[in-house]
Design a protein around this ligand. Structure first.
Ligand SMILES: NC(=O)c1ccc[n+]([C@@H]2O[C@H](COP(=O)([O-])OP(=O)(O)OC[C@H]3O[C@@H](n4cnc5c(N)ncnc54)[C@H](O)[C@@H]3O)[C@@H](O)[C@H]2O)c1
Length: 356
């Protein structure tokens, strides 16, 4: 195991500055050697703020550095596969933000290069590090819920389309909307808790109804507003989506919306078994429903919740030092990529799709 590793952060925007950089700064083994952004002020500001590393504005300049061990890819979705593959081919391990890629073929190519080169490729599906999620997973594995036959996920918000007209809502840049951006976390978390079941068939409908009329879309606030371009930008992604996934274990159904004309914000996952059930509030705690001695029980557990982004980045650094793959391996992200592509295909063809 290496005692120290040198890392670079590629893309110094929101998720890099809020999650990856502070986690590396807190790591006892990782040192940030480069901050890279095509917007020079962002790379410069990261160097200034953190008091370490060198600013670079083109990642190609650092590909050949023999002292660089690993990178975090924190750019938008359209550059995930290109940058991750370039670094792996130059002998570096990669932690790439979610979703792995815009489309399945890109994710498959990332997986292929990762296994051919032997480089670690982890995807930022950070819920796999949550104490809440791991407690749910353990209860399912221990049989507390019995046979888990149905999992339902709701990731619905009232009017929450991000950066209208910008990268998030432009298919060429993002690969999709509510499903790709939010759904990916929910689907990955469910597959993780169920022990990575095999997906059989997918049926879905994706709708692009509210954001498409950008000038008349009303909202009380918009996240990622700085990247919006309402006057001349593009809106060609789903703002709501429903789906049904049959696996060799449970059936999974979901209802997701960045925007809908129903004034609720419902973000939870229900795991339904024949002996018990769990409602997991997304990023929050869960409630366990069981029965004992002729009584129905509702239990709200108490445990320490962790910073999932930090746990994820610290684990990545440790796995790079040890040369080991981790629970966020690209092979799991390929499954969610397959599901999401099948949902879009099913929606386009208005029929169920068989997943190989
Ligand atoms: N894991 C999570 O919960 C989570 C949360 C938010 C965002 N994300 C993901 O993180 C990624 C980035 O999102 P964000 O909100 O931080 O976006 P952002 O726009 O704030 O940051 C992206 C940065 O990448 C830079 N960039 C673009 N192309 C580049 C290139 N070729 N080389 C170097 N830098 C480049 C941009 O200039 C920008 O500064 C997205 O894929 C998003 O889905 C994940």
């Amino acid at each position: 195991m290496k005692e120290k590793i040198n890392v670079a952060v590629i893309g110094c925007g929101s998720i890099a500055t809020s999650a990856h950089i502070p986690a590396y700064m807190a790591s006892p083994i990782a040192e940030i050697k480069y901050f890279c952004d095509i917007i020079p002020e962002r790379a410069d500001a990261a160097v200034e703020k953190n008091g370490c590393g060198k600013a670079v504005y083109d990642y190609h300049e650092i590909l050949d550095d023999p002292d660089l061990d690993a990178v975090s890819v924190c750019t938008h979705n359209d550059m995930h596969s290109v940058i991750s593959i370039d670094f792996m081919k130059h002998g570096k391990d990669v932690l790439c933000e979610k979703p792995a890629a815009r489309i399945l073929s890109e994710a498959l190519e990332m997986e292929k290069v990762s296994y051919e080169t032997g480089r670690i490729l982890s995807i930022g599906v950070c819920n796999r590090y949550g104490n809440n999620v791991n407690n749910v997973k353990k209860l399912i594995e221990d049989g507390v819920l019995g046979d888990v036959h149905h999992v339902y996920a709701s990731f619905r918000a009232y009017r929450s389309i991000p950066g209208l007209g910008g990268d998030f809502t432009t298919f060429a840049s993002s690969g999709g909307g509510a499903l790709i951006d939010w759904g990916v976390h929910y689907l990955d978390l469910i597959m993780y808790c169920l022990g990575e079941p095999t997906v059989k068939t997918v049926s879905g409908e994706a709708f692009s109804k509210l954001g498409v009329d950008m000038k008349n879309y009303l909202t009380t606030s918009m996240w990622a507003r700085e990247s919006s371009n309402i006057e001349s930008g593009t809106y060609d992604v789903d703002d709501s989506v429903v789906g049904l996934i049959r696996t060799d274990k449970a059936t999974v159904s979901f209802n997701g919306a960045w925007a809908q004309n129903i004034g609720v914000h419902e973000t939870y996952i229900d795991f339904m078994g024949d002996k018990g059930g769990i409602r997991l509030d997304y990023l929050g705690n869960f409630k366990l429903y069981t029965q004992m001695n002729g009584m129905l029980l509702e239990t709200t557990p108490t445990y320490e919740m962790n910073n999932i982004h930090r746990s994820e980045v610290l684990d990545f650094a440790e796995c790079v030092a040890k040369g080991e793959r981790n629970r966020n391996d690209i092979k799991y992200a390929v499954t969610t990529s397959k599901i999401m592509e099948a949902v879009y295909k099913s929606s386009a063809q208005h029929r169920e799709v068989v997943v190989d």
